[in-house]
Design a protein around this ligand. Sequence first.
Ligand code: NAD
Length: 307
Amino acid sequence: MNILVTGGAGYIGTLLVPMLLEAGHKVILLDNFMWGVKPVLGFVHHPNLTLVAGDIRDERITAPAVRQADAILHLAAIVGYPACAGDEHLAQTVNIDGTRLICKLTGANQMLVFASTGSTYGQVEGIANETTPINPLTLYGRTKREGETMVLDKGGICLRFATVFGISPRLRLDLLVNDFCYQACHNGVIILFEGHHRRTFLHARDAARVYLLALDRYADMKGGIFNVGSSTMNYTKLDIAREIRKVRKFYLHEAAVGEDLDKRDYEVCYNKIASMGFSATVSLADGISELLKIVPYIHVQNEWRNA
Ligand SMILES: NC(=O)c1ccc[n+]([C@@H]2O[C@H](COP(=O)([O-])OP(=O)(O)OC[C@H]3O[C@@H](n4cnc5c(N)ncnc54)[C@H](O)[C@@H]3O)[C@@H](O)[C@H]2O)c1
């Protein structure tokens, strides 16, 4: 199959693209390389990979890429509420206008899979499933809700991901588990706020794997929303810190120093995606252990340091 992956140079995309190539697909990777080209260096040589460097909002770039594809896996976005709040115009134009353009260009016989998020739920009582009314509280969540509506109108699939964690060629240290590992290794301390908040997690390789399932079972999944995660991976933030402390000693201090603006404090039901044959293969403990192998050697540069 010819598969277009927008955002293929990102955290999930750089795990997904090699899986698709390995499965024998031809991949067109469309990305504006916001985070540089380093993350694609490990697989850019592949003969079945075409790189398109550009902006999804530019029809001259996006139209020919979509035209060649049997399936469009749309991941490109401004990701997370802090990034969206940092540049609201960019977030709106990329996440909403960019998705609108992709939907407009996608034909009835092409597959379309959209990366959405549990941040669309907002504050939820009880266990959130795909029929739970959504009420996103941040611009990020609202842009993803708009994206979902457009993709569903087109008959595509919306994947509402749990918070992803683990190693990827385009590593993100802003994600909760990854950030805690970094703080434990480099600061020796985690100041934890909202430690009792229940969150839901999925390893980045499993987040990438679900796309292969969506392609395989497209006929059964099209037009649907799927929470993507695992019922075995609902944890409080305190649970995460304790799991890291089993392997790496650090000082844990709880204090009311912050707030999650997405109000993520919920359990999520994953029965629907499980019924399609999906289960998580990487546990929290294994993901933490691989993070702790490499995170001690990652140094975020401080240009003001004097030593
Ligand atoms: N990582 C998570 O925990 C998580 C959770 C829920 C949903 N998601 C969704 O999964 C998708 C991928 O997330 P990620 O974690 O890989 O994020 P990421 O920021 O690493 O990847 C996004 C990619 O999109 C590209 N991009 C941004 N604007 C673009 C534009 N205008 N034109 C072309 N490319 C552009 C970036 O360069 C980047 O490579 C996103 O849609 C995100 O909302 C991620």
